[in-house]
Design a protein around this ligand. Structure first.
Ligand code: FE2
Length: 276
């Protein structure tokens, strides 16, 4: 599926597209065992994971991003997300995109079905406010109709679009698009987000997600160059080969130690909960 640049800029998102097969999804999910303290911040698993860096450099993905951002592209954010049964991430806008432009690609990895929908509001990326701010007006971010009514006050063309993706399917949206996810199923749903920008944007690490008073760490996050070149030199740009070399050190054995540790900790927590 090709991206229509004009339509994407107008509406704010692409149609869903298939990008991974089941084996790819499994391989990517194994990367969740890399301890979070091993990477610089919550959205930089790509600096430690060759598998995720390779996914973010996938030609089929990058060709879509290029249509919107042009030739020079960095991946600034990557994050595996486990949404437990019954949980939701109510309407919001990713606050980093209030500070720089770019796109998000959201990919379903495991247990996606009719009951794990993802919703977006068309045309919302051009609106000069976002759901977190609407709470001040007593708008409930869990109420679809209230959120949509507010969006329509800014642009009557806004519509709520709900997608029921399958494992291995992806969708791309413009950074500031209002979105929500919910898991109405009985299993944990696994996904990954990849967030891209052009190298002319200065990327920072948020330490407090408060739109009134965003606070940033005084440290540059690692951004992976996935296409073209960095002519601006304002970010800490890494290349896929750097990740590949480091990944050799972080070998199969080490990954399995993390995996075993992860499961032992889960079992311990369950026993502790049971006892007390
Ligand atoms: Fe989000």
């Amino acid at each position: 599926m090709n991206i229509d640049n004009k339509k994407f800029n107008l509406v704010g998102f692409s149609n869903p597209f298939k990008i991974l097969d089941t084996e790819d999804c499994k391989k990517i999910l194994k990367e969740k065992y890399i301890p979070k303290q091993n990477y610089t911040w919550a959205k930089s698993i790509h600096e430690k994971s060759f598998v995720i860096s390779k996914l973010a450099s996938n030609k089929n993905l990058i060709d879509k991003v290029k249509v919107v951002l042009g030739q020079d592209i960095i991946l600034w954010g990557s994050c595996l997300i486990n949404q437990k049964a019954g949980n939701q991430h109510s309407w919001h806008c990713d606050l980093e995109f209030e500070n720089w432009d770019g796109v998000t690609i959201w990919i379903g990895l495991k247990n996606l079905d009719e009951k794990t929908p993802l919703s977006l509001i068309s045309y919302s990326h051009k609106i000069d406010t976002f759901p977190q701010k609407l709470v001040e007006k007593k708008i409930n971010p869990e109420n679809d109709q209230q959120i949509l009514d507010e969006a329509r006050k800014f642009d009557s063309k806004c519509e709520m679009k709900t997608f029921k993706l399958k494992d291995g399917e992806a969708i791309m949206w413009s950074g500031r698009v209002w979105h929500k996810t919910i898991n109405l199923s009985t299993k944990s749903r696994e996904s990954i987000i990849l967030q891209f920008a052009t190298p002319k944007n200065q990327i920072k690490i948020p330490i407090k997600y408060d739109y009134k008073n965003m606070q940033w760490l005084d440290k540059n996050p690692p951004c992976l160059l996935v296409s073209g070149e960095d002519k601006f030199n304002i970010n800490k740009v890494i290349k896929i080969n750097d990740v590949k070399v480091k990944n050799k050190l972080f070998n199969f054995l080490e990954k399995n130690v993390f995996l075993i540790r992860y499961f032992l900790r889960s079992v311990y927590n369950k026993i502790k909960k049971f006892k007390f």
